[in-house]
Design a protein around this ligand. Structure first.
Ligand code: HMG
Ligand code: MG
Length: 295
C-alpha cells in the first residue's frame, strides 16, 4: 500500500539555480528560500560549496548559509575536503556529498574518477558522523549517463552500499538526465529498499522526457516516501547534457495531495515562491500546475 505521508526535499535554490546563466542576486535567492519555507518546505538544499570557476551561480554560498531559514533540515552540497571544511566552518549541520555511478560523468562533474571520489569521501564521512553531522549522498547517473548510456543496476546498488557502509544517513538516488522508465524506477528502488533498510532513501528525478511523475509513482509503489523536487521545475546540472529541469514541486504536491497523500505543502504559497524567482530567470516556468494557476 502507498504511504499516507511523504517528505519533499526542495532542491530549487541549489539544483534549480545552479545552471542558470545570469547570476541571480543573493537577495532574490533568499526571498525565494523564505517563501519556500512559508509554503511548508521542511528540508531544502540551499546551495553548494563548489568551485566558483566551475559553477559561478553558487559563488554566494557563504552568504546564503549565513541567512539560512529556520526549518528542520538545511542541506548544503560539497564534493570535496575544501567544500566540506567551508561548510563546517559556517556551522552547517547537514551536508550532501555527490558522486556519479558513471566514471565519465564523475570526471566531467568533479574531475575525479568515481573510485577516487569514494576513497576521498570515506574518511571525511566518518569524521562528519563523529561531529554528528547529517550526511546525505547524492548518487548521480544511477540509471543513465549522458556519456556512457545505460548504467547497470548492480553498479548503482554497489556504490550505494559503499556509501551506506561509509556511514551516510541518506541516499538521494538520481536520474540525472531524465531517462529512466517507471519499470527501471520500480526495480532499482525495490532493490535499494530490500538491500538497505536502515538508510533514508530519496528519489531524485529530472523531467527531461516528462517521465518523472510516472517514475515517482513507481518509486512510491516500491516503498519510497522521500522525493527531491524543485519549485517551478527548475534545474539541471551544467556538466550533464540533457539534465533539464527537476520534477516540479507543485506538480508532485498536486498529484500526491489528490491521491490523499500528505505533503505538508501549501500550493498557493508555493506559487508565490515561484513568482519571486521567475522574473530574474532566463527560462519560463512550464510546470502544468504553475501555468494553470496563471489562467
Ligand atoms: P578541480 O579544478 O579539479 O579542483 O575541480 P582543484 O582541487 O584542482 O582546485 C582548483 C581550484 O578550485 C582551486 O582554486 C581550489 O581552491 C578551488 P585556485 O587555487 O585555482 O584559486 N576549489 C574550490 N573552491 C570552492 N569550493 C570548493 C573547491 N574545491 C576546490 N569545494 C571541483 C574540482 C570539485 C572543485 C570542481 O570540479 C567543482 O567545483 N565541481 C562542482 C560541479 C557541480 O557543482 N556540479 C553540480 C552539482 S551535482 C548535480 O547537480 C547532480 C545532482 O543534482 C544529482 C543528479 O541530478 O544527478 C546532485
Ligand atoms: Mg539533479
Amino acid at each position: 500500500s502507498l504511504p499516507k505521508k511523504i517528505s519533499i526535499i526542495e532542491v530549487g535554490p541549489r539544483d534549480g539555480l545552479q545552471n542558470e546563466k545570469n547570476f541571480v542576486p543573493t537577495e532574490t535567492k533568499l526571498m525565494f528560500i523564505n517563501k519556500l519555507t512559508s509554503a511548508g518546505i521542511k528540508e531544502m538544499e540551499l546551495t553548494s560549496f563548489v568551485s566558483p570557476k566551475w559553477v559561478p551561480q553558487m559563488k554566494d554560498a557563504s552568504e546564503i548559509v549565513a541567512s539560512h531559514p529556520n526549518i528542520f533540515r538545511n542541506i548544503v552540497l560539497a564534493p570535496n575536503r575544501k567544500g566540506i571544511d567551508r561548510a563546517l566552518e559556517l556551522g552547517c549541520h547537514s551536508i550532501a556529498v555527490f558522486v556519479g555511478v558513471s566514471n565519465s560523468f564523475n570526471k566531467k562533474n568533479i574531475n575525479k574518477s568515481t573510485m577516487e571520489s569514494l576513497e576521498e569521501l570515506k574518511p571525511i564521512i566518518a569524521e562528519l558522523k563523529k561531529k554528528d553531522i547529517f550526511v546525505r549522498a547524492c548518487i548521480s547517473t544511477a540509471f543513465y549517463c549522458p556519456f556512457d548510456g545505460k548504467i547497470s543496476e548492480s553498479d548503482t546498488l554497489h556504490l550505494c552500499e559503499e556509501f551506506v557502509a561509509a556511514g551516510v544517513d541518506e541516499l538521494s538516488v538520481a536520474d540525472t538526465i531524465g531517462m529512466a522508465t517507471p519499470s527501471e524506477s520500480f526495480s532499482l528502488f525495490s532493490s535499494l529498499k530490500e538491500r538497505l533498510p536502515n538508510v533514508l532513501l530519496t528519489a531524485h528525478f529530472h523531467d527531461t522526457r516528462k517521465m518523472a511523475l510516472a517514475n515517482i509513482f513507481a518509486a512510491l509503489q516500491a516503498g519510497i516516501d522521500r522525493f527531491d523536487t524543485s519549485a517551478g521545475g527548475l534545474g539541471g546540472c551544467p556538466f550533464a547534457p540533457g539534465a533539464n529541469g527537476n520534477v516540479a514541486t507543485e506538480d508532485v504536491v498536486y498529484m500526491l495531495e489528490r491521491m490523499g497523500i500528505d505533503t505538508g505543502i501549501n500550493l498557493d504559497k508555493l506559487v508565490e515562491a515561484i513568482d519571486t524567482i521567475s522574473p530574474v530567470l532566463s527560462r519560463k516556468i512550464n510546470s502544468g500546475y504553475y501555468q494553470l494557476s496563471k489562467k
